[in-house]
Design a protein around this ligand. Structure first.
Ligand SMILES: Nc1ncnc2c1ncn2[C@@H]1O[C@H](COP(=O)(O)OP(=O)(O)OP(=O)(O)O)[C@@H](O)[C@H]1O
Length: 384
């Protein structure tokens, strides 16, 4: 398993391993329904091998037939599509910007010449396992789109196509993620009324997904997007009161609280085998860590972690290690019940000793023990 992407320079995990594809899953071959695009006439320019080439809007258009595709060029070493801003992705979409990068590929802001609107296109890496996972994502998105009649809960798929060995999924364009917002606000918490509203919408969205007998498995602030990018700046009196010398401080508030859930790349059907590791570390449920098998509740656990984070500004369980993570859960929520610890699988049984969590005895360092002690109990009764 490739955990290299779980960490980042930031103080929160940015990425996690995508594990769904490690399972022997099968998916239907028929993916008709929306539209399967094709590559059109190739043109003449030649570029270097950088993944994102500099913005030569004029240059790239000059060398291309206006609606053609650029000359074929190799993918980068990880199978990412190499492009230049301003050029075409099929004759229909013009690449304007890169807005995200994930395990699966890159997300590009594009102009859709046909519908005359901006769209976000996930261009998946040309690697077999990611291509397969992308087709599963398309299946899930189509299913959700069919039943989410007003399209208000989950990101909507507009189209998909296979372009130069890259599955491209076209989405409606949304705004920044809850994580982007926190970051731009220097990790200052959201007002509690806003968190309540976000929580309501999130629960409704996830209830809808669960009603479809699907489990998202990767809920996190990065995967919840405001629909609109608009925000207002308001004075932050708390900061001004704390450090008056620094003068007026501002924080951003979204103009609209409407959100949607994205990234169905790890979504699992209820009837599938659920023993592999899911979720980004900080939002991972105890049953996942203990290898007990998981189901719908793992999404609810993630929502709980997200809501606490929105209220505090910081991830609740800031850890990268299983035993420390379980100890943090006990510290915050009370003891993990015996019936769960008893069923810990082969990989996790080392975290349990004489029927209880092997903590602090099993801690790897004093710092680890301190990190757990720093957390305080949530003012709720024992959750387990
Ligand atoms: N519809 C959209 N509108 C605007 N931005 C989007 C949209 N979809 C994705 N993004 C941006 O692209 C980023 C990556 O998208 P996504 O999470 O779907 O990719 P991924 O490869 O599955 O990522 P990860 O490895 O984090 O699971 C998001 O965090 C978001 O910033």
């Amino acid at each position: 398993m490739d955990y290299a992407t779980e960490f980042s320079m930031d103080r929160r995990p940015r990425k996690r391993p995508k594990l769904a594809w490690e399972l022997p899953q099968t998916h239907s071959k028929a993916h008709s329904g929306i539209y399967c695009g094709q590559e059109f006439a190739s043109a003449t320019t030649s570029y270097g091998t950088l993944r994102v080439l500099p913005d030569h809007t004029g240059f790239s258009i000059k060398g291309l037939a206006e609606k053609g595709s650029p000359q074929w060029r190799d993918d980068d070493k990880d199978g990412h599509y190499v492009f230049a801003l301003g050029e075409n992705l099929t004759s229909r979409y013009k690449i304007l910007n890169k807005i995200g990068e994930g395990t699966f590929g890159q997300v590009l802001e594009c102009w859709d010449r046909e519908t005359r609107e901006m769209v976000a296109i996930k261009v998946v890496r040309s690697v077999k396992k990611y291509r397969e996972a992308a087709m599963l994502e398309v299946d899930v998105l189509q299913l959700l789109g069919k039943y989410d009649r007003n399209g208000s809960r989950c990101v909507q798929i507009r189209n998909w196509f296979d372009y130069r060995n890259h599955i491209c999924i076209v989405f409606e364009m949304l705004g920044p993620s809850l994580y982007d917002f926190l970051r731009k606000n220097s990790y200052r918490p959201f007002p509690v009324d806003l968190v309540r509203e976000l929580g309501r919408q999130l629960l409704e969205s996830v209830a809808f997904v669960h009603d479809m007998r699907l489990i998202h498995t990767d809920l996190k602030p990065e995967n919840i997007l405001f629909i609109s990018p608009e925000y207002v700046k308001v004075p932050d009196y708390k900061v001004m009161f704390r450090s008056p010398k620094e003068g007026v401080s501002y924080k951003r508030l979204p103009k609209s609280s409407a959100i949607k859930v994205i990234d169905f790349g790890s979504t699992s059907y209820e009837h599938q085998d659920h023993n592999y590791i899911v979720s980004t570390r900080h939002y991972r449920a105890p049953e996942v860590i203990l290898g007990l098998g998981w189901n719908f509740p793992c999404d609810i656990w993630s929502i709980g972690c997200i809501l606490v984070e929105l209220c505090s500004g910081e991830a609740l369980f800031q850890t990268h290690e299983n035993l420390e993570h379980l100890a943090m859960m006990e510290r915050v929520l009370g003891p993990i019940p015996q019936h769960m610890l008893k069923r810990a699988d082969h990989a996790a049984e080392k975290y349990v000793r004489r029927g209880r969590l092997n903590w602090p005895e099993g801690a790897v360092s004093r710092e680890s023990i301190k990190a757990v002690l720093k957390l305080s109990r949530l003012p709720v009764c024992n959750i387990f």
